[in-house]
Write a protein that binds this ligand. Structure first.
Ligand code: FCB
Length: 485
């Protein structure tokens, strides 16, 4: 298929309401470092993102998560906002260095207490908590000991997971091991645009394996600690890879990106083996001897949900050796590629509307991703654990934030989810990224993804018009076009 084709033509009238299954989870998502602040409170030590954001030149205008949107202190207000909006679920992450500051040893009570209070507040408000154990904030001490390229980090991760599960397993049902390990490995250790900012393709591949191993060990730790009805998932940013043309070269470029973007996780986690073509593509870099006997069996553990984060498709073509190519794949520009084994692949932005991130808006790719993933893993229910868009929102003179583009983006993507469900895909929920405007990693506070606007000077929260529309969809389970109800 070429980038300009769509697979599922829209035949139903745009105005017809779409009804979602009654038990569909409607939520928003956040991550600890992006919202909590309180970077030095309660015994918390620096994570790799504290170090990275405090390193000049790494984050837009030197922004850091020191205060972020102060969710650590304002969580009651944030939970109240969710409850007023009638959103039934909330995906958040636990800050590893808040709970286990050195990445080893016993948990710090104050850290666990914060999450206990947050979860209790959510449950009291009728909001189901969904907990992510790792959304990129590795304790700096563990990075100093070698970070994810070292095997021991995987073991430390499972120990930390056990501590959190022991403390919160009785009240949190849905658990996610890793968020987007592709970003941790390849942006963190490959292109260096994310913490810890290393630019070594071999370290990135080693990190990928140890993230996989950490996932497998953590699934075991969770199974041991959670009650029988606990659900275990992983959140992957699977790339919906589209060749620019149907040429054999472009198809091979797409295969390479699918290998190092998607199958590097899906293979060991869900099929028990790394893809052979990944070994071939990266043979000039490593012999993969860091994969020990038995590792893939450890990684390959039954999951209850596969959670997908989707924003935009990935359009690729082949470039001949030595030819100039556009470097920007939408993950930040760096002279170092985040794609080991894909030196001759160029990335293209699809035509059409773009968000403030420059990411093309293409809901058909979400539909295709859901259909393709379900065809490969038919027994595994899916969740959309992130989807959303940044736009340049402003508070109007009347004090409201009118963001019709975001509502249109969400509507189009929920419509794609609904079409996938109608076509037989078992999708159990949708988490809008994000509840609040927050620290958007290397972009700092310059990009606003929130359903709720945050004034970064006063930290005042104001639900945007898209939040009110999304809340009505969530309350009724009926998807109607923004402005039509
Ligand atoms: C995803 C991250 C999330 C947020 C969105 C925009 O890759 O998981 O933290 O930054 O992108």
């Amino acid at each position: 298929m070429t980038a300009s084709e769509t697979t599922a033509p829209e035949t139903r009238p745009r105005t017809a309401a779409r009804t979602f299954p009654p038990d569909f989870l409607w939520g928003t998502a956040t991550a600890a470092y992006q919202i909590e602040g309180a970077a030095r409170e309660g015994g918390r030590t620096p994570s790799i993102w504290d170090t990275f954001s405090h390193t000049p030149g790494k984050v837009f205008e030197g922004h850091t998560g020191d205060v972020a949107v102060d969710h650590y202190h304002r969580y009651p207000e944030d939970v109240r906002l969710m409850s007023e909006l009638g959103l039934g679920a909330y995906r958040f992450s636990v800050s590893w260095p808040r709970v286990q500051p050195t990445g080893r040893g016993p948990a710090v009570q104050k850290g666990l207490d914060f999450y206990r209070r947050l979860v209790d507040e959510l449950l009291a408000a009728g909001v189901a908590p969904a907990l992510t154990l790792y959304h990129w904030d590795l304790p700096q001490e563990l990075e100093d000991a070698g970070g994810w390229p070292e095997r021991a980090t995987a073991e430390r991760f499972a120990e930390y997971a056990g501590l959190v599960a022991d403390a919160l397993g009785d009240r949190v049902k849905l658990w996610t091991t890793l968020n987007e390990p592709w970003c941790s490995a390849f942006l963190g250790y490959g292109s260096g645009v994310h913490a810890p900012g290393r630019t070594d393709p071999v370290a990135a591949l080693r990190a990928a394996h140890h993230l996989n191993l950490g996932h497998g060990l953590t699934v075991q730790a969770l199974r041991a600690a959670l009650p029988g009805d606990g659900l275990v998932a992983v959140s992957l940013n699977l790339h919906e890879v589209r060749p620019l043309t149907p040429s054999a070269e472009d198809l091979d470029a797409a295969r390479r990106i699918d290998a190092v973007g998607n199958r590097i996780w899906l293979g060991p986690m869900l099929e028990g083996a790394y893809p052979q073509d990944l070994f071939v593509d990266t043979a000039h870099l490593t012999d993969w001897s860091f994969v020990h006997d038995g590792d893939t069996a450890t990684i390959h553990r039954p999951l209850d949900r596969l959670a997908l984060n989707y924003y935009t498709p990935t359009v690729v073509s082949h470039v001949p050796k030595g030819a100039q190519k556009p470097q920007d794949d939408g993950h930040g520009s760096s002279e170092h590629s985040p794609w080991p084994g894909a030196d001759q692949v160029a990335f293209h932005r699809a035509p059409g509307d773009r968000t403030a991130m420059g990411w093309p808006v293409d809901p058909s790719a979400l539909y295709d991703l859901l259909i393709r993933t379900a065809a490969r893993y038919p027994a595994l229910p899916l969740v959309v654990s992130e989807n959303g868009a940044a736009y340049e929102d402003e508070i109007g003179p009347d004090g409201t934030v009118h963001d019709p583009e975001r509502a249109a983006y969400i509507h189009a993507h929920l419509d794609a989810v609904h079409r996938a469900i109608a076509d037989g895909v078992d999708v159990r929920g949708y988490f809008l990224w994000s509840l609040l405007d927050n620290f958007e990693w290397a972009y700092g506070y310059a990009k606003r993804f929130g359903a709720v606007h945050v004034d970064h000077d006063t930290l005042q929260r104001t639900p945007k018009s898209s939040a009110l529309w999304y809340a009505a969809v969530a309350r009724t389970g009926e998807l109607h076009a923004p402005g039509s109800a």
